[in-house]
Design a protein around this ligand. Structure first.
Ligand SMILES: [Zn+2]
Ligand SMILES: [Zn+2]
Ligand SMILES: [Zn+2]
Ligand SMILES: [Zn+2]
Length: 509
């Protein structure tokens, strides 16, 4: 594929290269063989802005969610921590001045954070000349609208017009009035390019939208060979680390979306975030590597439910068709996605209210009438459920049920994340719950006069610890601030002590 490499002098031992492409999207390749765990690149955001969900009010300074209703910047009226906001540089004087040109009326809760991030890009020309140069360089290479469609161009146009009408025109008058230029470079052309670029190359992290100059050019893949870690405590510094061996010349990939979602949900998210369609091997496989994360139970046409499995025939199409593997009934995509959206809301609602064990189990049974036992919504509920079993008073049946649930989750996770690297933290939680259930079962069933009977259970427990240790070792390189190895060690110490007390001879490594 033809492309232009980054012109800047090569940093020493650089493992990557940004390739700008005219025909396709830009991408990043490996310039050397890379091992799992290697840091590929570190990047700092050029710009960031709050990203509210629903009707949240987020501080324009530190992006934190505001609880009180009367926290607004006294000058421009946008939401802002009352006194002690840590981040004065984000909402700088010039930004405040411009936002003030269209003051918010009290009770008006519609803050255009999507416009704010565009404005922040433009403001770099006075606040941070280096970042402005980086942004201009990116805009120069930006092949606007290659990924574009009618919908994309309409949105870019709307944003541009809003920014110009509401802020830039009044700004021109204001600048003339005070005889000073606040935003010298804000031609229609630049504004349009910034709008277009931000619709293709941003990412989201918790409640913040961020733009990274290098990292955001890395392409999307739902089975990525690298992952990113954002350090909230260090100005959102992003580290890209390999999770698979990457050969020299191969494209580096990350996933901008949650890989625990079904294909249609990931697709929708990526379309909204970066106007992109992922065509990775998982997205193109209706069974998602036999994980059946999107599969539904077929109801058929007769009085009796058919109970076959509904899967989308062509998952990456704009409107896939869903087909039952038993009765061959076809369902339109809209019907399926509307139904899943409804169930998704129900699941969110349940989990938000911190349900008790019985209620959540009832709810799971209802979901299982409609969804495949490993549908992603079922997985979410089960993942929550395994963590709320009251282990000490649990009957053996319940312990076995919990063990089964943990094991089925592990099986699915391994299908979509074969190296247990991207879902490592989740897997550690599941393994820890499985450990708790198995040790409790061991304590309940152990008979000093028949020690042999406990042998296989002990072997299984030690196997779990071994696996958890391996995952924790890798994950601690990625998340050094978490005490992952210590948690595994505590479990190991506990079982070692018990084994010694009961005169078992086991090698524990
Ligand atoms: Zn704040
Ligand atoms: Zn302000
Ligand atoms: Zn994909
Ligand atoms: Zn059917």
């Amino acid at each position: 594929m033809e492309g232009i490499s980054e012109e800047k002098p090569c940093e020493e031992n650089k493992l990557y290269e940004v390739v700008f492409c005219k025909e396709t999207d830009s991408f990043v390749t490996a310039t050397n063989n890379i091992q799992p765990g290697n840091v590929i690149l570190i990047d700092n955001p050029i710009v960031l802005a709050p990203l509210p969900t629903k009707n949240d009010l987020l501080c324009v300074g530190c992006c934190k969610r505001l609880d009180e209703t009367d926290c607004y910047c006294p000058k421009c009226g946008w939401p802002k921590c009352r006194n002690e906001c840590q981040d004065v540089s984000t909402h700088n004087e010039n930004e405040c001045e411009i936002l003030r040109l269209c003051p918010k009326k009290s009770g008006d809760s519609k803050f255009r954070y999507d416009i704010l991030i565009i404005l922040r890009c433009l403001l770099l020309q006075t606040s941070n000349k280096n970042k402005w140069a980086v942004l201009l360089n990116l805009l120069d290479r930006f092949n606007g609208g290659d990924r574009g469609n009618a919908d994309y161009f309409k949105k870019v146009e709307e944003k541009k017009r809003f920014l110009e009408e509401v802020y830039l025109k009044p700004l021109r008058n204001y600048e003339a009035e005070i005889g000073k230029s606040i935003l010298p470079q804000a031609s229609s052309d630049i504004v349009e390019k910034v709008c277009g670029f931000l619709m293709l190359y941003v990412m989201e992290h918790s409640n913040i939208k961020l733009l990274y100059a290098k990292a955001n050019l890395i392409e999307q893949n739902c089975v990525p060979n690298a992952i990113f870690v954002v350090d909230d405590e260090d100005d959102y510094k992003m580290t890209i680390k390999a999770v698979q061996p990457i050969l020299k010349g191969e494209h580096i990939t990350i996933s901008y979306t949650d890989i625990l979602l079904g294909t249609q949900q990931r697709k929708k998210y990526l379309k909204k975030l970066r106007n992109t369609l992922c065509r990775c091997s998982r997205c193109e496989d209706s069974t998602e590597f036999n994980s059946y994360l999107s599969a539904m139970i077929c109801f058929g046409m007769e009085d009796e439910p058919c109970k076959g499995i509904q899967l989308s025939l062509n998952p990456t199409d704009e409107t896939p068709v869903w087909l039952c593997n038993k009765c061959n009934i076809k369902l339109p995509n809209k019907e399926v996605t509307d139904f899943i959206r409804h169930l998704n809301k129900e699941v969110d609602k349940r989990l938000e209210t911190k349900p008790n064990f019985e209620d959540l189990k009832d709810f799971l049974e209802k979901l299982e009438l409609f969804l495949h036992p490993t549908h992603y919504l079922i997985i979410r509920v089960k993942y929550h459920l395994i963590q709320i079993y009251e282990i000490s008073q649990t009957s053996r049946d319940l312990l076995k049920e919990k063990m089964k649930m943990c094991e089925s989750l592990i099986e699915v996770f391994k299908k979509i994340d074969p190296g247990s690297t991207r879902l490592g933290l989740h897997l550690l939680t599941i393994l820890s719950e499985l450990y708790k259930a198995k040790t409790e079962l061991l304590f309940q069933t152990f008979l000093p006069e028949d020690k042999d009977a406990s042998f296989s259970l002990i072997t299984e427990i030690l196997q779990i610890l071994k696996e958890a240790n391996k995952i924790a070792e890798f994950q601690s390189q990625i998340h050094p601030q978490k005490n992952l190895l210590e948690n595994v060690k505590n479990n190991k110490d506990m079982i070692s002590k018990w084994l010694a007390e009961n005169s078992f001879m086991f090698e524990i490594d």
